[in-house]
Design a protein around this ligand. Sequence first.
Ligand code: GLU
Length: 175
Amino acid sequence: MGAVMCGIIGYLGKNNALPVLLDGLRRLEYRGYDSAGVAIQNNGNVAAVKAVGKIKELENKIAGKNIAGKLGIAHTRWATHGKPSEANAHPHTDCAGEVWLVHNGIIENYQPLKKHLESRGHKFQSETDTEVLPHLIEDLYNGNLTETLQKVLKLLKGTYGLAAFHRAAPLIIRD
Ligand code: GLU
């Protein structure tokens, strides 16, 4: 099997994240992808937009929306689990919409993890292997995303490049 990796980007800085992320997605276009998405945090609120098809489709959906915020993540997806669709496009989130995450690769043991999470009441919105990740973080969250993510990574089999944020995270932007 060829390892087709698509793209993930994260931004935290002094400027608005959206133009930086869209520029990054355009630079990743050569890799091939079937859908794309962004999530941007602003004062504890999160705006997420996803689209099937080209980055242009995503830009068209964003046009006219005022999406400000200095923290964000973005993704171009090459579907491995679940068809190319808006629901399956990244970023993915947990039940409460607190943790937002993009992922390249495959979580090979997502099925038992998903069953376990569903038995604990988690509701899934996509068919992806990726969506177990924000729900696992939600399930194990101790107030520190990095620590929680380290615990989650120990549960995973597979390959992953990840970027994630918590909507309540304080933004520390240095000069
Ligand atoms: N396995 C994930 C999915 O199907 C990520 C695929 C990718 O690397 O873009 O959504």
